[in-house]
Design a protein around this ligand. Structure first.
Ligand SMILES: NC(=O)c1ccc[n+]([C@@H]2O[C@H](COP(=O)([O-])OP(=O)(O)OC[C@H]3O[C@@H](n4cnc5c(N)ncnc54)[C@H](O)[C@@H]3O)[C@@H](O)[C@H]2O)c1
Ligand SMILES: O=c1ccn([C@@H]2O[C@H](COP(=O)(O)OP(=O)(O)O[C@H]3O[C@H](CO)[C@@H](O)[C@H](O)[C@H]3O)[C@@H](O)[C@H]2O)c(=O)[nH]1
Length: 438
């Protein structure tokens, strides 16, 4: 018999996970306490933009394998419950806000009257799973027949469906053979496809997730630090990264210098990891990550300073076009987005900032209502003294610099992602500046 699955929390992670589990043939119910989100999902319209998600959700509402509810009691008879709720940065500190994870377990557990596995997927401070396992044992009417496991998620937004269905590895944090067996069975298709499986204890699985994100963040900040040095020597950090990346011990991926990393994961996970190390009495072990965070945030300040320089020494009264609001292309996610931080800082300094993004305008307007938003890339650039390229959407990379040149006040572009064709822009009469490039 096919397993029944529940997915608790249907945001960027959970909505994708629910749809992909339905694609694998399971009967899935997604639950969220956000009524609007659930109403939209139930109507087949995901509240987030993720390539392919709308089609997949609609497909499996159609097959009858995917449904959505706001009521946790509706999921009581599932065999496996995935916890996918948020773990955002605490408003008053660096650590993760665990209230959603704790609440999800507290609300679910009293409904568990039949054998099941509760599987955490949210990114959490090490030690969380152990605590939740104890709480589950106290609250679940079925007793030891409800067990907790951890299966951290490594998907990237903008490639979330591909990453979920074809993960580059599966990590199963388990406390029993039974939990491992259920997780193996559940992921049988992926394992048959060759996805490597790492079976380990709960703490290792939690730590593996935050360590992976910390390493990715470190790679980006490393190259951004080198970019600052390259800039004062006339070297080109993009060619330097190619030279480093050909060494397969290093690899070229995540060596793209620019305005730095953002999003709902790397920045907050880095900080929560440091906060947890502090609680464990080993803060000194992770001082490196403090630098990684500082180097990353400095890139945003560097872009603001360079913009002022390119605008002639002051941005007051200058029109600045900001191309991009999402933290990365092919996403509408603006959480901790470098593009919006830069736009906000320039606005505060007196610039007339006009932002355009192909998908993230609604989310950007919600968190930065005071900025001006354009309907198209050319509208954003009209009359601009400096054009900032801060999220590398294909639409921006494919711009014709001659066409953009006709609408701006000054042909000056700062490529905060180092991926416009600098020769073409210069040939069209633009002053082109990259980060860490001559
Ligand atoms: N976004 C990603 O790409 C990604 C990838 C891997 C891991 N993660 C981790 O997954 C977790 C979720 O991240 P996200 O980006 O999906 O966040 P999100 O904010 O988009 O979604 C979280 C959802 O949980 C819901 N929720 C909160 N409390 C609930 C409760 N008690 N019951 C039911 N629903 C509840 C919220 O309403 C929201 O819809 C985080 O720990 C994150 O670090 C995210
Ligand atoms: O060379 C690079 C690569 C990425 N970035 C930036 O880094 C951020 C994060 O990018 P990416 O990691 O692709 O996006 P996420 O969707 O945030 O995915 C990360 O965070 C997820 C949530 O934990 C993990 O599951 C993923 O494995 C991990 O890659 C974005 O702002 C990118 O612009 C760079 O600046 N330079």
């Amino acid at each position: 018999m096919r397993m029944h699955i529940s997915v608790i929390g249907t945001g960027y992670l959970g909505a994708v996970h629910a749809a992909c589990m339905a694609e694998l043939g399971y009967s899935v119910v997604g639950v969220d306490n956000d009524e609007e989100k659930i109403a939209r999902l139930a109507a087949g319209i995901p509240p987030i933009y993720e390539p392919g998600l709308e089609e997949l959700v609609a497909k499996h509402i159609g097959t009858g394998r995917l449904r959505f509810t706001t009521s946790i009691s509706d999921v009581a008879d599932a065999d496996v419950h995935f916890i996918c709720v948020g773990t955002p940065q605490l408003a008053d500190g660096l650590g993760a806000d665990m209230k959603y994870v704790n609440e999800a377990l507290e609300r679910l557990a009293p409904h568990l009257t039949r054998p099941c596995l509760v599987v955490g997927k949210s990114t959490v401070p090490v030690g969380t799973a152990e605590q939740l396992a104890q709480r589950l044992a106290e609250l679940a009417p079925v007793g030891a027949e409800a067990e907790l496991a951890w299966n951290p998620e490594f998907l990237r937004e903008s490639r979330a469906i591909e990453d979920t269905l074809h993960p580059n590895r599966l990590v199963f944090g388990v406390a029993s053979d039974r939990a491992e067996k259920v997780l193996r069975e559940l992921h049988a298709t992926m394992i048959a496809d060759g996805a490597p499986v790492v079976v380990t204890d709960l703490a290792t699985s939690e730590l593996a997730k935050v360590s992976a994100n910390a390493f990715l963040a470190t790679k980006i900040s490393f190259i951004n630090a080198i970019a600052e040095v390259a800039e004062v020597t006339g070297a080109d950090v993009t060619r330097l990264a190619d030279a480093m990346g050909h060494d397969d011990r290093i690899g070229r991926k995540f060596l793209n210098a620019g305005v730095g990393f953002g999003g709902g994961c790397l920045p907050k996970d880095l900080r929560a990891f440091m906060a947890r190390a502090g609680e464990l009495g080993v803060a000194d072990a992770l001082t490196l990550l403090g630098e990684v965070d500082a180097i990353n945030l400095r890139q945003r300040d560097r872009v603001v300073d360079l913009t002022r320089h390119l605008a002639g020494g002051s941005v007051i009264g200058r029109r600045i076009a900001v191309l991009g609001a999402a933290f990365k292309p092919n996403s509408d996610d603006v959480r901790d987005s470098p593009a919006l931080t830069v736009a906000g800082q320039l606005h505060l300094k007196g610039a007339g900032v006009v932002v355009y993004d192909p998908r993230a305008m609604d989310n950007a307007r919600r968190i930065f209502p005071t900025l001006t938003y354009a309907e198209s890339v050319l509208d954003a650039c009209r009359g601009a003294h400096v054009v900032l390229h801060l999220t590398e959407w294909p639409e921006f990379r494919e711009l014709d610099p001659a066409v953009v040149g006709d609408v701006v006040a000054s042909r000056t572009v700062l490529d905060g992602r180092n991926c416009l064709d600098d020769h073409a822009w210069r040939a069209a009469g633009w002053t082109y500046r990259g980060l860490g490039r001559p």
